[in-house]
Every structure is written in C-alpha cells, then in structure tokens.
Design a protein around this ligand. Sequence first.
Ligand code: AMP
Length: 399
Amino acid sequence: MKNLVLVLNCGSSSIKFSVLDPNNEVVYLNGEASALNLDSSSIIWNTKNNKKISVCKKFMSHNYAIEYLCKEILLEKNSLLFSKIIGFGHRVVNGGINFKKSVLIDNLVIKKLEKCIFLAPIHNPLNLMGIKKFIKLFPKLHNKNVAVFDTSFHYKIPKMSYLYAIPKEFYYKYSIRKYGAHGISCNYILQKSSKIFKKNIKCLNVIICHLGNGSSVSVVKNGVCIDTSMGFTPTDGLIMGTRSGDIDPSIIFYMNENLGISIKDIKNILNNKSGILALNGKSSDFRHSENKYYSSEIDKLTITMFCYRLAKYISSYFFLIKNKIDAIIFTGGIGTNSSLARKITIHYLNSLNFYIDNKKNQKKCLDFNFINKNDTIPILVISTNEEIVIAKDTFNLVS
Ligand code: AMP
C-alpha cells in the first residue's frame, strides 16, 4: 500500500470520495455523504476489509461533510492510510476554455476556476469549495491538489458543432460555446471499450450515453469526441433528474416578461425543478417512474419522453459515424441499471439496425454486457469508473 490518491467528487446533493491506488486500481476506502442539507443526510463509507460505517446527522451541510471526511474519517480513523496519500484529485465539471487537460492547482488556477463558475452554476461552486477546503485542512499537501475536468474530453469538438448561431462577439469576447460534460466518464468508457474491442482508442467510433441524475450523449469518431448533447452549461440536451435539457429559449423570455418570474427563479426552475421531477411531479429518481411505468400514465409518459429525446440524439449522431460504428454504449446510474430505458430507447432505433436481446438486457451489469441481438450493431452496457480516471491523472501530475 503506497502512493495512494484521494478522489473527491463534490456534487449538488452528495460528496463521493475514495482512496485508491491508481496503479493497480485497488480501492482502500470509499464512501459518500448523501442527501446533503436534507433531514435524511448521512455519510457512509467502506474500508478495504468491507467494514461499513455510517453516520446519520440531519441537515448535514457540504462544509460539515468535508470537515468530517478530512478530520474524522481520514486523520482520526484512518491515519495510516492517510499517510500514504500523495495527492488529491478533484472532479471539476466545467473548466471552460482555459483547461484542456488536468492541472495541478495553484492560486492562478483557483482564480481561473472562479471565473468558470457561471458555466456550471450547480456544480462548479461545490467543486471549488472542496478544493479550497482540502488546501486549508491539509496545508502540507497544499500543492498536491489536482483538478480533473469533465470538459477536457470535449475540447476537440469541431467549431461547426461547438459554436452557437449568435453574434460572433459572444464567442470571441465572452467564450459562449458548447463545452459538454461527463467527459471523465466518457474517458473511462473509451479506455474500457478499447480493451473490450481490442482496438486502439484512435480507431474507436462509439456513441456514449451517460445517463444518470445528469445525462448526456456524446459521439466519438476515431477516438475523438465530435459532438455532445450538453452545451454551454449542463442544463442543455437530454431530459435529466431535475434539469429541463433542450428548450426553446423564448420560453425564458415569456416566463420573465409575461409571467413576471425573475431570471433567478427561472434558472432555479430549469435546473432544479424540471426534468423527470417536473414530468412525474413526484421524484427526480428515475426508479420512481420506472417502477410505475405499467401502472401510471404520467410515469409512462415521463420515461417515454426521456427515451424519445435520447433516441433523437443517438440517431442524429449515428449518421456521423454510421459506416464505422463500433457500438452504442450505455453507462451512468440509469444507463447501467435501467433495462427499461435501454429497451424503449433502442426500440426507436430499430430501423437503424439496433436491436436489443431482451434476455441479455435483463442481466445485471457488473463490469460490461453486450445486449444486442446477434448480427446487429453492438450495444454495450459498461459500469463507469470516474474515480480511476481522476486518480491516474492526479498520480501523473503529483509524482
Ligand atoms: P448517477 O447520477 O449516475 O449516480 O445516477 C443516478 C440515477 O440513476 C438516479 O436517477 C437513479 O434513479 C438512477 N438509478 C440508480 N439505480 C437504478 C436502477 N436500478 N434502475 C433505474 N434507475 C436507477
């Protein structure tokens, strides 16, 4: 046990953490503070010998959870493990145009990150908070913090797909363009597919559907991402847990000018009160509607809309790589676990020679599964592992 990396992923309602060896991928400790700021908040973590520990505390804040992780879990209860940590890898959702690859964090990087907050208003402030807390709480390792960006994967997207058709100064002066997200997951999926297909990454042509609380679909041609559904911010594209995805921008003007809703409230509506939650009226958790798909019209419509929008994106991306396509790949909490979402989505794509084998589709995915019918285009389910990607980048930069 040496040269370990701690990976921190500060999200809107949860903080995921793990301590792992990036070289052999052994995980020594992992856990999650979840339902933050709610009365059901808790921190649960496991150690390598499978000792599961949980602490429940109502209305736990992000601040409290990080302090608990650093002081109680790391310094107090796992001090030996902590002494082996050589770096901290932080997931950062949007690095804007400044960051094309992972970086060691210093004051200048923090300043640049502060300027990117508007690009992922739900995520970036929390990512930054985690970074600042770690620098403060572990001063001896202050120069061993690394930022790994979800946007780096997409930086080679060609201009024709990242530009918006708006006056050009908004791009040249204000950097308004498509940035994408979920790049860390896509990176892992690409590396994994390269092993599965025994093909060099540079020869891979895949459509990656990362479907979770946030969802996006990306198309990769010859190992390079050429388009993705998320845009300037992660509000764009597919229907998500609480985010609207694509809408006509005039809806925003109408809400503001005719309905008197403030821009701040509209931002909150589109990011936190829309998507699956708005459609079923009950829960942003996909499982809620999935369980009621056959008994409730509202939930059936929710799932159908989610899959229909996804199928529209997949079919438009398919034409960019159709002669060379290796696979459609499903990943993320929904992509990995929901056989229903996969079945309905692929049903819309039958005419493009995508067919699901229902039996294979029902199998639980522990690592990866092929779920297509024989002699049709491969459809893969892969469990993503963003931690490995973050840990490897961190190791490479700090060592
Ligand atoms: P993620 O953001 O990747 O952690 O995924 C979270 C989403 O995955 C939530 O909407 C969950 O409802 C969904 N999810 C997790 N497990 C399942 C499952 N067994 N079936 C359907 N959706 C699931």
